[in-house]
Design a protein around this ligand. Structure first.
Ligand code: ADP
Ligand code: MG
Length: 510
């Protein structure tokens, strides 16, 4: 026994020298024999206080520690002391008292012969480092997002501004009777400016996928239809780079989704796969699509793999971050982040596996819509030309530019504008409008307030009310839209869309 003890003692001092935290040696009765703190022995007077203490009595030294934690620690130590089994626990404690900041520890209890060693490692700095890393990764994504938005929008903005200035200068010359002014030049400048606004609109439209609510229609769909159209749309990119192999399991159930959004997801993934062959030469460049039913989660699993360049883990980790791209010229870095948002909103998942030099597989899983299978109907598209009936319309919008724009677009109607809901409601009875157009977010008020008011006081006006929105919603507005499903038009809108919506409002029968 004595020899044995010396051996354990020696072993512990060795461990104590390697591990910079705490090593506690308990004898066969679970009494504290020795403890080592840091890389050296504890001062003898400190040890004297604790020596011989039964490990369970240690509670009295830390009366402030939470009871639940002490119970857990006791259980871990007992598993070693009584059952002679290794056990371990990671825990957090405010040290040295309950008012101090949190420290993290790992405790391992090891049986050695008939005695016990407790190894305690302070993992606080590792934890903090991990947290910091996670925060800085998130900040990096946010930074990339901000920089990306600024970059993408500033370019078109620059040529919108320049071309508008050019057009105005030409107009000035024209007005002053200058002979060098050219109507063609003015038209060209305006066309370029218009093109710029379309580019900005496209970017904000893509960004909108990041906010939860979408204005898309969710319906049961056949995955084959979606993949077929995605393949058609990306055929040009794929054809000269790789061979495409597609395998469908027979009798696949329907899935849920919006056909345009889902097609966009698979186009994004297929184009990425095609582009993975751009910087490597592969003999048998192949893109494989396989579609299977997964009984486990009643879903469809679509795997799209390429044997292209692949990605190191540092890239793979960030592919779903908005604006993260490794393609200097051609990339926007939005493809996969937008796809991620779309798939998640449908209750599905998207993930990727990749190894450099071997290739990449992207997995998309989508829940099936068994109950609705077979009810898929072709969407009907009817376009009525705007009618020229005159109506009295109340416009509630705080942005004067938008007020003026609505007035110009709807100039054949009788438009009355108000900058706040409060003001508008005061005139509602007197004006007795045929329709209302209201911004969803007004300073200090919102569309929901108007909706509640109308519901209580003028329910017939509700179907004649159109909300307009910038497309980014507060959680409150999101709930309102989901619950009420009001008439909604998203900015930036085209004049024709506004006219069409207003026509619908006016023609609405009570
Ligand atoms: P983009 O294609 O505009 O760069 P994505 O969001 O579609 O943006 O993709 C982000 C990044 O993920 C790409 O720049 C690329 O580095 C990486 N990536 C995505 N798919 C693949 C793939 N199949 N093979 C290799 N890299 C890929
Ligand atoms: Mg892409």
């Amino acid at each position: 026994m004595k020899n044995n003890n010396t051996f354990v003692q020696q072993a512990i001092s060795l461990i104590g020298e390697i591990i910079p935290d705490i090593v506690i040696h308990l004898d066969s009765e679970g009494r504290l024999e020795h403890y080592y703190k840091g890389q050296k022995d504890v001062a003898p007077e400190q040890l004297a206080v604790l020596r011989g203490t039964q490990i369970h009595e240690c509670r009295k030294f830390v009366p402030w520690a939470p009871k639940a934690l002490l119970d857990e620690l006791t259980a871990v130590v007992d598993r070693c002391l009584v059952q002679r089994q290794r056990s371990q626990l990671s825990f957090k404690i405010r040290w040295p008292d309950e008012h101090a900041p949190s420290y993290y520890f790992d405790l391992r209890a090891l049986p050695v012969e008939d005695q016990t060693i407790l190894l305690v490692r302070n993992t606080t700095s590792e934890r903090l480092l991990e947290e910091q890393l996670a925060i800085s990764e998130r900040m990096a994504s946010l930074g990339t997002l901000a920089a990306g938005v600024a970059h993408e929008i500033n370019n078109p903005l620059t040529y919108i501004q320049c071309n508008l200035v050019l057009a105005m200068e030409e107009l000035d010359i024209l007005r002053e009777g200058g002979e060098n002014a050219s109507l063609d030049e003015i038209q060209r400048s305006l066309e370029i400016a218009l093109d710029g606004t379309q580019r900005v609109a496209k970017i904000t439209k893509e960004l909108k996928h990041f906010s939860k609510v979408s204005e898309f229609e969710i319906a049961p769909l056949k995955i084959k239809d979606i993949l077929d159209s995605a393949i058609k749309l990306s055929a040009n990119e794929i054809r000269h780079r790789a061979e495409l192999i597609v395998r469908y399991e027979p009798d696949l159930p329907h899935i849920y989704g919006d056909p345009y959004q889902l097609t966009q997801v698979f186009v994004n993934i297929l184009i990425n796969a095609a582009q993975s062959f751009d910087e490597v030469s592969v003999d048998d460049a192949t893109i494989k699509i396989s579609v299977k039913y997964k009984e486990l989660n009643n879903g469809i699993l679509i795997a799209i793999s390429d044997n292209g360049v692949g990605m190191p883990s540092s890239v793979l980790r960030r592919i779903f971050d908005p604006f993260f791209t490794t393609k200097e010229q051609s990339g926007t870095g939005l493809g996969l982040s937008v796809s991620h948002r779309i798939i998640h909103d449908l209750g599905g998942t998207i993930s990727a596996e990749s190894s450099p030099g071997e290739g990449t597989t992207v997995f998309v899983s989508l829940p099936c819509s068994n109950s609705l299978a077979g009810q898929v109907s072709e969407p009907e598209l009817t376009i009525d030309s705007p009618k020229a009936t005159q109506a009295k319309i109340m416009v509630i919008e705080d942005d004067v530019m938008i007020q003026n724009l609505i007035k110009r677009i709807l100039d054949h109607h009788d438009i009355h504008t108000y900058s706040s809901l409060h003001e508008a409601l005061r005139y509602l009875d007197e004006l007795a409008p045929d329709a209302i157009i209201c911004d969803l977010m007004l300073p200090g008020e919102n569309g929901e307030d108007l909706h509640d008011y109308l519901l209580k006081n003028k329910p017939k006006l509700l179907p004649r009310t159109l909300f307009i929105t910038g497309g980014v919603f507060t959680p409150g507005a999101e709930l309102f839209l989901k619950a009420v499903k009001p008439n909604l038009l998203t900015k930036p809108f085209k004049s024709i869309d506004l006219m069409r919506h207003v026509d619908e409002l006016i023609q609405c029968t009570d």
